[in-house]
Design a binder for this molecule. Structure first.
Ligand SMILES: *Cc1c(COP(=O)(O)O)cnc(C)c1O
Length: 388
């Protein structure tokens, strides 16, 4: 077993060696610009891009023409939300929720400053959106519901099929940020009535700097206005020379996930449950944040009331863990996601996020379990000595 151990797969994942292998020729001999129409270099690149488009589409039961490549899931979220605004007409109301990624929340807030009404649907104590509240929030002015597939801190899965059905019944568009869910759990944009779906390459064993957005074309097509203007790449929606190696990598990553998802899901859930059961057996007074039933198989989020989280993280120096999202600055702040569950300040201040992934072993999980229990007991003993 090699140290440090990586247990922060929600922040980013390593590139799968099979993905890297597929990408490599597109940096060197197949370096062409996919938009070059007059020679073999361009044709080779564009053929690879179209193959990747099919691979991404297949993972979520979309068709290839509904996939556009972007630079990140943040960009996909921005395009999905802001790209709808221009054609909104008098539908100037957006519904989202407080536990979304900042790329969704801040895109919605920007539209809020531009005259849109933004409603945050109630989040239940288990992290699931309150469907009744969501339904009540929909009016004939509602343009879009944006509710994530899986949360990046607490791993909670939202009821996409129910939300999709509700949106379809009311003629409202449905966007889901699937950065954490794509490749981890089955997603079906047809069965779930999803109109827009964001994907991040680096959360699913493809490189950083590549993302995708699914934009519904079947049935009632979604009309987006580009955020980036230029040469009109990606059906005019995302100008900029295509990141061919990244796209090839994302396609390959989607194919691997599709083929191995069922088994990987079982393996990760078993390791996660081993960690959870071990922590609960070894330590009193800890709290698991978010639903255990509706949850990513690779996520565990536990609060340690009474413990200084920064000290605990420092004590666990040979394990790469996180207190929450990696997106914000280095300043320790209570997690806004855990806070939204309506927990005490103590709980919101002390969440530890365990993100398991493809390359973790049972041995690593057992090591981590032992180290966390040991460190927490030590910190508690020191605190009670200091108090006495
Ligand atoms: C990581 C993440 C994003 C942002 O993805 P990038 O590709 O890093 O921009 C958005 N939403 C969720 C849920 C994420 O986990």
């Amino acid at each position: 077993m090699k140290l440090p151990i990586y247990l922060d797969y929600h922040a980013t994942t390593p590139v799968d060696p099979r993905v890297l292998e597929a990408m490599l020729p597109y940096f060197t001999e197949n370096f062409g610009n996919a938009a070059s129409r007059n020679h073999k270099f361009g044709w080779t690149a564009s053929t690879a891009v179209e193959n990747a488009r099919k691979q991404v589409a297949k993972l979520i039961h979309a068709s290839a023409k509904e996939i556009i490549f972007t630079g990140s899931a943040s960009e996909s979220n921005n395009l999905a939300i802001k790209g709808l605004a221009d054609g909104a007409g008098d539908r100037r109301h957006i519904i989202t929720m407080a536990t979304e990624h900042k790329a969704v929340i801040n895109s919605a807030k920007r539209l809020g400053r531009e005259g849109f009404e933004v409603t945050f649907a109630r989040v239940q104590p288990d992290g699931l959106v309150d469907l009744e509240d969501l339904k009540q929030a929909i009016t004939d002015k509602t343009l879009l519901v944006s509710i994530m597939a899986a949360n990046n801190e607490i791993g909670v899965l939202q009821p996409l099929a129910e939300i999709g059905r509700m949106c379809r019944e009311h003629g409202v568009l449905f966007h889901t940020d699937a950065a954490q869910a794509a490749g981890k759990i089955p997603l079906d944009v047809e069965a779930m009535n999803i109109d827009l779906l964001s994907i991040a390459g680096h959360k699913m064993y493809a490189p950083k700097g590549i993302g995708a957005l699914y934009v519904r074309q079947r049935g009632t097509p979604v009309n987006l206005v580009p955020v980036t203007d230029g040469g009109g790449h990606e059906g005019g929606l995302r100008s900029g020379t295509l990141n061919v190696p990244g796209i090839v990598g994302l396609g390959k990553a989607c194919e691997i996930c599709r083929q191995e998802m069922a088994e990987e899901l079982r393996r990760l859930a078993a390791m996660r449950d081993r960690l959870k059961d071990g922590l609960l057996a070894g330590l009193d007074g800890i709290q698991i944040n978010g639903s255990l039933e509706h949850r990513l198989p690779n996520n565990l989020n536990v609060s340690f009331p009474g413990i200084d989280l920064a000290t605990l993280l420092a004590a666990l120096g040979d394990i790469a863990l996180s207190s929450g999202s990696a997106c914000t600055s280095g300043v320790p702040e209570p997690s806004y996601v855990v806070q939204a569950l309506g927990v005490s300040e103590e709980i919101a201040n002390t969440p530890l996020r365990f993100g398991l992934g493809r390359f973790n072993t049972e041995e690593e999980i057992d090591y981590c379990l032992g180290r966390v229990i040991e460190a927490v007991k030590q910190l508690r003993a020191m605190a009670s000595t200091a108090a006495a």
